[in-house]
Ligand binder design. Structure first.
Ligand code: SGN
Ligand code: CA
Length: 527
C-alpha cells in the first residue's frame, strides 16, 4: 500500500508507517494464511439487521458476527446495483475501471484481474456459490455453481462448471447454504487455505418466503416512515423515479395478490415463479396467501389505508426472507465452529447494496441517498486481529479485494483503486494512520426499470454533493448531520458557496484519481 496524492493535492490514502510496518510483518509472518468466508446477500439493508437497527426485526445470527468481531458503521457501495456492485467487489475498482456499468447492457470481462484469481494463483482454493449476475461465467474459481440471472427462490436452476444446468428441489437460501457447507466439508483440498464466496439471492424482489416462514410477523404492524409522503421538493430526479410503494409496487407480483383472470405487467412473471413450486409448496403458499387475498379483494382498500396495507405486506414479506437468511447464516457459522475453522477464518457479511423500506415512499435502491448507498458490513476476524466493536472509517466495496489480498499476504496490485482495511482490522483502536475523507459514487443504469437518472457524487462525513446528468443537469447538496434523511437540497442556497466549491473540487479530484472521464458534463455516454 502506498500514499496516493491526487492532482489537486488532496490526500486520498495515507496509511503511512503503519502500512509499511504491516507489510514487513506480513512478509515475515508464518505461512498460516487465514481462510475467507464472504457471505453477500442481495438487497439486504441495514434497517433490517438488528445490530444496526432493531426497530423492526431480530437477526441474531448476523448480529453474532458483529458481536464476536466488528461492525462497520460507515460502509458504502460505489454503484448501488447488483452486477456493478459485484464487479466493484471482485476487482477492487470503480465501474469506470472494471467496465461493468449496469445490469442491462454490460457483460463482465472475465479476463480481467479479480481478487479470487490472485488468491488462486497464490495457492488458495477458491469457490463461489449462488447469485453471480455478471453475464459472463465465473473465472478464477476452483469450484463454482451459480443461478442464472436473478435466480429463482423455489426449485431453482443452477449452472454448473461443466456448462450443464440442473434444477434443484427446495428453497434457494437453504440450497446455497447446504452447498457451501458441502464444499467446505467434502469438496475442497483441505491442505490449502480457502476463499469461499456465498452469494445469496435473498432478499431480492419479489421477496418470496420459504414455506416454513410464511406465518411469521403477521401480528406486527408498522407505521409509515415519516417521509413516506415525500413531495421531492427541490429534487426533480427523486420526483421522477418509478419505485414508489404507492404507485409502482404491484399488489399482484410484489405482494402476491394474484387471482386467475387478473393481469398486471408482471403477472406472467409471478405465474412463472409459482409454477416452479411442487404440490406441497404450492399448497402451503396458497393456504397462507388465499385468506389474505380474499380479504384484500373484498375490502377494496383505497387511499392511505391501501398505502399502509401495501407497506405492511412489503415489510412482512421482506422480513420473512431475512429470517430464513439469518437462520442459514447461523447454520454456516455453526459448521465453521464445529469444523474448528472459525479461529483462522475471516468471516464477512455484507449486501450488494442497501434498500428503501418505505423511506421517501420507496422500495428498490440505485440512488446515492443514504439508505441505498449504505450497506451492512460486519466481520468476524481471525485470531490475532485486534479490532473489536465499531469501525467508523468510511469504507466502500472496492476495499474488499485489497483487504482479502493483504490478509492472504499478497500485496494488492497498483491498479486496484480500493484501500486495504487490514490495518483497521489488525490494529483495532491502535490504528493511528489516516483514512480517506471522501467517497466517490457513480450510477449509470438509465433509462431503465425504476427510472433513476444517472448521477455521480461525493460523500464526506458531513456532506454529500450529487450531480444528476444525461437528460437532466441538476445538483443536490446535503448536510448529513443536520438532514440525515436528505430531504432538504441546499445546493445554490446562500451560505453554501464555499462548501459547494470545496466539494466540487474534491469530486473532480476523485474523478481524476479513478480516471472517470465525466467532467460535470450535462450528458455523458458511458462508452
Ligand atoms: C429486477 C427487479 C428490479 C430490480 C432489478 C435490479 N425487477 O429487474 O426491481 O431493481 O432487478 O436488482 S423484477 O421484476 O425482476 O423483480 S439487482 O439487485 O439485481 O440489481
Ligand atoms: Ca441487489
Amino acid at each position: 500500500m502506498q500514499n496516493k496524492m491526487t492532482a489537486t493535492g488532496f490526500k486520498v490514502v495515507f496509511v503511512g508507517s503503519a502500512a509499511a510496518a504491516l507489510a514487513s510483518c506480513v512478509q515475515n509472518a508464518p505461512r498460516l494464511r487465514p481462510n475467507i468466508v464472504y457471505i453477500m446477500t442481495d438487497d439486504h439493508t441495514a434497517q433490517m439487521m438488528s445490530c444496526y437497527d432493531d426497530r423492526f426485526m431480530q437477526t441474531p445470527n448476523l448480529d453474532r458476527i458483529a458481536e464476536d468481531g466488528v461492525r462497520f458503521t460507515n460502509s458504502f457501495v460505489a454503484n448501488s446495483l447488483s452486477g456493478p456492485s459485484r464487479a466493484c467487489m471482485l476487482t477492487g475498482k470503480h465501474s469506470c475501471a472494471n467496465r461493468f456499468f449496469d445490469n442491462t447492457t454490460c457483460v463482465f470481462d472475465s479476463t480481467q484481474q479479480t481478487f479470487p484469481k490472485l488468491l488462486q494463483e497464490a495457492g488458495y482454493q477458491t469457490a463461489v456459490i449462488g447469485k453471480w449476475h455478471l453475464e459472463s461465467l465465473p473465472t478464477g474459481f476452483d469450484f463454482w455453481e451459480i443461478v442464472p440471472g436473478q435466480g429463482d427462490y423455489y426449485n431453482p436452476d443452477f449452472i454448473q462448471q461443466d456448462g450443464s444446468t440442473v434444477r434443484r428441489h427446495g428453497y434457494l437460501t437453504n440450497i446455497i447454504t447446504d452447498d457451501a457447507i458441502d464444499w467446505l466439508e467434502n469438496r475442497r483440498d483441505k491442505d490449502k487455505p480457502f476463499c469461499l464466496l456465498v452469494h445469496h439471492k435473498a432478499i431480492h424482489r419479489n421477496w418470496m418466503a420459504d414455506t416454513c416462514d410464511l406465518e411469521l410477523y403477521e401480528d406486527r404492524t408498522f407505521p409509515l416512515p415519516e417521509n413516506f409522503y415525500d413531495t421531492y421538493e427541490g429534487r426533480p430526479a427523486a420526483a421522477s423515479q418509478e419505485m414508489s410503494i404507492v404507485r409502482d409496487m404491484d399488489p399482484l407480483y410484489d405482494l402476491k395478490m394474484f387471482r386467475e383472470g387478473h393481469h398486471s405487467d408482471k403477472s406472467d412473471k409471478y405465474e412463472l415463479f409459482v409454477s416452479r413450486m411442487d404440490k406441497e409448496q404450492k399448497a402451503a403458499w396458497d393456504a397462507f396467501y388465499d385468506p389474505i387475498r380474499d380479504e384484500f379483494f373484498s375490502s377494496k382498500l383505497s387511499g392511505r389505508e391501501l398505502h399502509e396495507w401495501k407497506y405492511n405486506r412489503y415489510m412482512r414479506d421482506y422480513m420473512k426472507v431475512v429470517k430464513s437468511l439469518d437462520d442459514n447464516v447461523g447454520r454456516l457459522l455453526d459448521y465453521l465452529d464445529a469444523a474448528s475453522l472459525t479461529d483462522n477464518t475471516l468471516i464477512v457479511y455484507t449486501s450488494d447494496q442497501g434498500f428503501y423500506m418505505g423511506e421517501h415512499g420507496w422500495f428498490d435502491k440505485r440512488f446515492m441517498y443514504e439508505e441505498s448507498m449504505h450497506t451492512p458490513l460486519v466481520m468476524k476476524l481471525p485470531k490475532g486481529y485486534k479490532a473489536k466493536g465499531d469501525i467508523d472509517a468510511m469504507v466502500q466495496n472496492i476495499d474488499y479485494a485489497p483487504t482479502f489480498l493483504e490478509a492472504a499476504g499478497i500485496t494488492p496490485p497498483e491498479d486496484i483503486q480500493g484501500i486495504s482495511m487490514l490495518p483497521l482490522l489488525k490494529e483495532g483502536k491502535a490504528f493511528k494512520g489516516e483514512w480517506r475523507d471522501a467517497l466517490y459514487y457513480h450510477f449509470y443504469e438509465y433509462p431503465a426499470e425504476h427510472s433513476v437518472k444517472r448521477h455521480y457524487g461525493v460523500r464526506t462525513d458531513e456532506w454529500k454533493l450529487i450531480h444528476f446528468y444525461n437528460d437532466i443537469d441538476h445538483w443536490e447538496l446535503y448536510n448529513l448531520r443536520e438532514d440525515p434523511s436528505e430531504m432538504h437540497n441546499l445546493y445554490g442556497l446562500e451560505g453554501t458557496e464555499e462548501i459547494t466549491a470545496t466539494l466540487k473540487e474534491r469530486l473532480l479530484a476523485l474523478q481524476e484519481e479513478y480516471s472517470d472521464p465525466v467532467r460535470f458534463g450535462p450528458s455523458h455516454d458511458k462508452d
